[in-house]
Design a protein around this ligand. Structure first.
Ligand code: FES
Ligand code: FES
Length: 177
């Protein structure tokens, strides 16, 4: 069977810069980021969708990049941890992680932060979680329980979860409880 190859002009926008999609359609988005583009902020933990260390944002939605082929993202916009800070400084959530001791070794941290940004957007537009009581709400406040549930796909082997939750709540407090 002939492999489907992307058009030569196909590009993925990563942190605001266009990169060609890999010619090999088997390359995961995670491997494109880490191995080809040397963007090592996105971490490889399990490489099978179970830990969340590789979470990035694609058009604002959080995904685990180890389970996603790079070619799927031609024409889309990917944001990694390297793309969150700007000339004004760190993203507010990055700053909150520092202030709340939301990490120890830091290996899970880029995935935690990207995931939390995507999670906050999901809550804001009313996407329910397993613990959401009213499925009719068009906005779900990021309460402690909602954050715990929604971040359950991002594991922290250092056990920094209390600081992680505190940082997320602090950042998105305007909508909390
Ligand atoms: S490395 Fe992708 S979920 Fe673990
Ligand atoms: S800070 Fe070490 S795994 Fe989370």
């Amino acid at each position: 069977m002939t492999a489907v190859r992307p058009a030569a002009s196909a590009a993925i926008c990563i942190n605001g810069v266009d990169f060609p999609v890999p010619a090999d359609p088997r390359v995961s988005l995670l491997d494109l980021l880490r191995e080809t583009l040397q963007l090592h902020g996105t971490k490889k933990g399990c490489n099978q969708g179970a830990c969340g260390a590789c979470t990035v944002l694609v058009d604002g939605e959080r995904i685990v990049s180890c389970l996603s082929l790079a070619v799927q993202h031609a024409g889309r916009s990917v944001t990694t941890i390297e793309g969150l800070a700007n000339e004004q400084g760190l993203h507010p959530l990055q700053q909150a992680f520092i202030e709340h001791d939301g990490f120890q070794c830091g290996y899970c941290t880029p995935g935690q932060i990207c995931s939390a940004i995507g999670m906050a957007a999901e809550s804001k537009r009313g996407v329910p979680s397993h613990v959401t009581r009213d499925l009719g709400d068009d906005h779900v406040a990021p309460t402690h329980d909602e954050i715990r549930e929604r971040m359950s796909g991002n594991l922290c082997r250092c056990g920094a979860h209390n600081g992680i939750i505190a940082a997320i709540r602090d950042t998105y407090a305007e909508a909390a409880e």
